[in-house]
Each structure stands twice: as C-alpha cells, then as structure tokens.
Write a protein that binds this ligand. Sequence first.
Ligand code: GLA
Length: 364
Amino acid sequence: MNTYEAQAPGRINLIGEHTDYNLGFAMPIALEQRTTVRFEPDDTDRITLHSEEEGDGASFALSAAPGDVDGWSSYAAGVVWALTQAGHRVVGGSMKVHSDVPIGAGLSSSAALECAVLLAMNAATGTELDRLDVARLAQRGENDFVGAPTGLMDQLASLNGALDRAMLIDFLDSSVEPVVFDLDTHGLALVVVNSNAAHQHSTGEYRSRRESCTRAAGELGVGSLRQVQGVDVLDRIGDETDRRRVRHVLTENDRVLDCAKALNSSDFGRVGQLMTASHASMRDDFEITTEHIDLIADSLVRQGALGARMTGGGFGGCVIALVPSVDSEKITEAVASDIAKGGFPAPTIFTARAGGGASLQRNE
Ligand code: GLA
C-alpha cells in the first residue's frame, strides 16, 4: 500500500481578530511549527489515529456523523465527514500524527490537523481541490461536526502561508495578498508569550460574540458588518454591549488595513501602535481578554516592546509582541518576572518567523 504524507502549519494572527466571520480583514502569518499526517490507506472503513502527542488508538468510522466522535480526533473525523458531504471519496486506513504546534494556545493546532488530514486524504483518493475549497471543507468540519462556530482565517492561513510573508486576507472574497514580513532585516523579532491558559471555541463566549455581530447586522439591515461604513452607525444599535462589539469589528478592520500599509513602508513603530490599540479594543469593546492576558500585554509594552496584543479567539492563549532583537532577552525575562509577581503560571516564550503553507510531502 502507498503512504501519503502531508503537513500543515499553525498560525499567528498579527492583527484582525473576530473579523473573519464578519467578512472583514485579518493579517495572519503561518508558523514554522506544523502538524504532519502520514496516511497509510487500507481496505477497512475506519480511520485509526496514532498521535505522538495525544496517544494511540483513537478510531472512527468513515460514516461517523456529528456527535459520534469526541476530543481531538473529532477534528480529523470532521473533515472526513465534510469531504463525504461534498460528494468526495474517502478511504479508511491509519494516520500517524505528529505536531509541534502548541495545543489549545490560540495558534490553530486544530486547523493544522484538519488541513494536513485533508491533504493526505485527497492525495490518497486522487481528489484535486484548490486551497480555498480545502479551507472551506476544513471549516465545515469544524463548524458542523465539531460544533465550533469559527470563521475561515485559520485554515486560509495554514494553507497559504509563505516564508517571511504575512497574508492580508479579505474575507469578502477570501482573497489572500502577501505582505513582506521580514523582521530580521529590521533588527526586530516577533515574540510569542504563551500564557499556558488553554482556551476553547466550542464554548459559549466565542459563539455569543458571533451572535452579537449577527444581531447588530440585522438591526442595521445589512447581511454582514462589512457593509457598514464608519462608526457613525453605532448610534443605531439599541443594545449597548452589541454596540461595543460592532465598534471593535469596524475599528479592527481599519487597523488591519493601516497595519498592512505600515508594514509595506517598514513603519514598525506604527505597526506596534496598531497592535496595542487592537489589544485595547479586544479588552474593552469585544471583551475577550482576561486579567492574565492583559497583564502579559501591558508588561510587554512597559518593558520595551513596540506593541503587543493577544492573538486568536481569546480567553487565554498567546500574546504576541514586536520587539527590538537586541532587547528580546531582557524584555522576556522582565515579563516572566511580572507574570510570576501577578501570581499566574509560568509562560512558555518563543520567537516566531513567518513560515510556508501546508503541502503534500511525499507519496511512496
Ligand atoms: C479563532 C477562529 C477564527 C477567528 C479567530 C478570531 O481562531 O477559529 O476563525 O474567528 O478565532 O479572530
């Protein structure tokens, strides 16, 4: 039997949070950290998963329906289900999974798994799909099988990443424009502080943010918040909380576009300011940060970062910061000490570089 190996990266969102399902803008990078799936088809009608990180033995039927599979293997089962629903062929076999994407840290370990499973399965069945179709199928599995009402950013980022490039994504047409993101050349580094406080998107908070946006769009008589121009319309939203949620989305879209311009002119001071403003908007208007996460973001800026913000869906996960490379160690040591003084668990800190997108490694 042949073996098919695919790999897909996690992502960091530089700016543009909770804008994807509002058909706005975001600007993620793919990580160098990635998930690899080695698929060996057999004649059975089941997939058996073996993971170096999650343990052996998870197994599900090719006919598994929403609700049948729990835990991390539901992300793999979800994409197999989505392929079947779309009329594509799937085959049984064994999948060996290995990943160095931190799990539950807001770095899209789930999208990395979904995309790697999809590419390996499609290679085995000879199914040819473009990247946007693959992203949509992965999202469908996550939404309708796993039950997490997430947008399309993580999958698009995992599939379209490029070395030293950020991706300016317009979710109105799902177009992806590369933006140079080569911090090294400018003596800068992207520091990632993983709070080690895990987050969950199938829980209520993510969903309730999404519902606020849908409700407000209905009240404004538009199909999505993308059709709303300028913050003047906010007065027309009756509910005070919904009004702040919409203000975040509208101002965040503007920040993404400003940030792309600032990157294109190597104005990193401005990039930093926009990151910090994005964090404040997530904290005050969208209310998706936590005391722990705010402490990390504040400390990074106070200790000398050009800017810092939480990345990902919220309520835990990672804070990213733009820092001068020469000061990186001094800053991260001081931040770790501030976190300890605040009584929070020790973080995991690393430096990230924009890496390449998902790919098929080999067929044997
Ligand atoms: C999670 C979701 C994405 C996006 C972000 C917030 O990562 O999977 O679709 O909504 O949160 O920007």
